[in-house]
Design a protein around this ligand. Structure first.
Ligand SMILES: [Zn+2]
Length: 308
């Protein structure tokens, strides 16, 4: 019997995974195509990507279901495939561990619109869409559900409640922060700072507080976010910074932070109290391999009692 995720985090930090979207593009997904549908139409390609992360040393793999809610899938004509897409994603991700213990984190991204009165979607529609996806992920056996790239507490709350209704054993809330224009701090697009987000998530019953993506949130800023989370909550913290800032080179989007450069921030993240360290847009299995190497070296060098 595998140790539950929340229990293993009390004993050691874990390594997450890297980007899925860019890897799908490398595998041939066209710009604007439905990457989540590939769980059904191209399962071998999705499995190959997940395997590369597992082999690079990921302890936790995130399912290819970021846009796997009914509202998102509907844009590609796949609204009827919510359960099948999410189930297949969990099964593919589990298979990628090839029998070794690893944690499948079922991914839920934003529903991709605005709720009334600012947008066209009712709260009931969003609640239903999150509920359907969360149930599919939990029923398929995901070890946790990660609600990613959140900017609004209202949307986050609906997603957390959906996970609770689905019976998720572990709920991870992950915010996307942007560095402010003057560079002095960071907050979400909707103006939420990390202290408010972490306190809110804890009050709502989330089990892990996290951050991913965002603008200008490289390793050092992610470390600042961990420190600010740690000041207001004892919940485990997960971080997934981007591999730098996207640049357009020869009509291709390039991320400029190499595995070596990002790796330079790994130990500082652990020392600040991060419990799961992965990476977001632009990162690759090479980034994760370097994170794994540096974390293992750090843990081997530090006496157990001195581990952050
Ligand atoms: Zn990202």
């Amino acid at each position: 019997m595998k140790t539950p995720l929340l229990d293993i985090l009390k004993t050691r930090p874990l390594i997450g995974d890297g980007a899925m979207g860019t890897q799908l593009m490398f595998a041939g997904l066209e710009q604007g195509g439905c990457g989540e549908a590939w769980n059904l139409t191209h399962p071998e390609q999705v499995l190959a990507i997940q395997r590369r992360y597992a082999e690079a040393g990921s302890d936790c793999l995130i399912t290819n279901t970021f846009g796997g809610s009914r509202i998102m899938l509907n844009r590609h004509g796949h609204a009827g495939d919510v359960t099948a897409v999410n189930r297949a994603a969990v099964e593919i991700t589990r298979e990628a561990f090839s029998g070794r213990d690893g944690y499948v984190l079922g991914d839920m991204g934003p529903f991709g619109g605005l709720m009334e009165p600012y947008g066209e979607f009712t709260e009931a529609q969003v609640r239903e869409a999150f509920g359907e996806q969360a149930k599919a992920l939990v029923d398929a056996g995901a070890d946790a559900v990660i609600i990613e790239t959140m900017t609004s507490l209202e949307e986050l709350q609906l997603a957390i409640e959906a996970c609770q209704a689905a019976g998720a054993a572990c709920i991870i809330g992950s915010m996307a922060y942007d560095v402010t224009l003057d560079g002095s701090t960071f907050r979400t697009m909707m103006g939420i700072d990390p202290e408010r987000a972490a306190t809110f998530m804890q009050d709502q019953g989330a089990h892990i507080v996290a951050l991913n993506c965002g603008t200008g949130m490289e390793m050092e800023r992610a470390r600042d976010a961990v420190v600010r989370y740690r000041a207001v909550t004892d919940l485990p913290v997960m971080v997934q910074p981007n591999a730098g800032v996207p640049k357009l080179v020869n009509m291709r989007v390039i991320y400029d932070e190499t595995p070596d450069h990002m790796g330079g921030g790994v130990v500082a993240l652990v020392q600040a109290g991060a419990n799961i360290i992965g990476a977001c847009c632009g990162s690759t299995p090479d980034h994760i391999r370097e994170f794994r190497r540096l974390l293992d070296a750090h843990l081997a060098a530090a006496p157990a009692g001195a581990r952050a």
